[in-house]
Design a protein around this ligand. Structure first.
Ligand code: ATP
Length: 257
């Protein structure tokens, strides 16, 4: 089982964002995508999910060309956590998360009590079950982000694609979400690809890191091999110290000029 970019060229009409990108995420694996602002992380995800046509190459799920799959087929196999957006429709958080179950329902079928249970369990896993009845448009950006992650958990797909899942979360909720993501891969065997601006997050939970810069994937591999001080300095233009802690973990600290 895999979610794969096969020599993908990505972009918009008249604007190529990245060329010849190849990357495959397997079941049970966490791949973290890092890259500067505007380098194309969201564009790559949208192309991988079939939301944006590739300018070249192929996006594949379990070997099938994404263009051959219906939206429902894709939604049964891949959940997407977009960046927390401003909500338009005043659904309750529970309704919003229950919508993650839609992929498993037949046309016109209503969610069952079991679907609501699944949604409630996902909310509890993220510590926001007390918000089940709250209006999705009237909670904070971080709470909306947690609800979007809960919706993906409820969708219960083999793969999860997360666009900056920790971006608007406080320090404690960042750790909670990282632990949830690790659990999704280690205990539930899901393949996860997520983008982040924090190399420490990739070092903490990534099995592999893909570094996107200058219109291509410049390095793909184990976090400690990809995220060297030299490479981070060259991609982000800041001096960085990469240090190993006594307990074996590795962290990155930028040097302020
Ligand atoms: N709808 C669009 N139409 C045309 N160009 C776009 C569109 N969305 C993004 N772009 C451009 O594509 C490039 C990549 O943007 P993208 O959002 O994929 O980057 P990103 O790595 O996700 O950035 P960030 O880290 O800031 O979220 C940018 O130059 C951006 O201006």
């Amino acid at each position: 089982m895999s979610l794969a970019a096969d020599h993908l060229t990505i972009g918009y009409p008249g604007h190529v964002v990245g060329r010849d990108m190849s990357l495959a995420v397997s079941a049970g694996e966490i791949v973290c995508l890092l890259g500067p602002n505007g380098s194309g992380k969201t564009t790559l995800f949208r192309t991988l999910l079939g939301l944006l046509p590739a300018n070249g190459g192929t996006a594949r799920i379990d070997g099938s060309d994404i263009r051959a799959l219906s939206r429902a087929d894709i939604a049964r196999r891949v959940a997407f956590v977009p960046q927390a957006h401003n909500a338009m429709f005043p659904y309750s958080i529970l309704d919003m998360v229950t919508m993650g179950r839609t992929a498993h329902l037949g046309l016109f079928a209503q969610p069952t009590a079991g679907d609501r249970e699944t949604a409630l369990r996902a909310l509890a896993a993220l510590g926001i079950d007390d918000l089940a009845g709250a209006d999705y448009t009237a909670v904070s950006g971080g709470q909306r982000q947690l609800a979007l992650i809960a919706r993906a958990l409820a969708q219960d797909t083999a793969f999860v694609v997360m666009d900056e899942p920790t971006a608007s979360l406080d320090f404690g909720n960042q750790a909670l979400v990282l632990a949830q993501i690790r659990d999704l891969s280690r205990h539930q065997g899901k393949g996860v690809v997520l983008s982040t601006h924090d190399p420490d997050h990739a070092l903490a939970i990534g099995d592999r890191v893909a570094l996107l810069s200058d219109g291509g994937l410049v390095a793909v591999g184990p976090p400690a091999e990809v995220l060297t001080a030299e490479r981070l300095a060259s991609v982000y233009g800041v001096a960085v110290t990469v240090t190993r802690l006594d307990d074996g973990r590795t962290v990155c600290v930028p040097t302020l000029g």
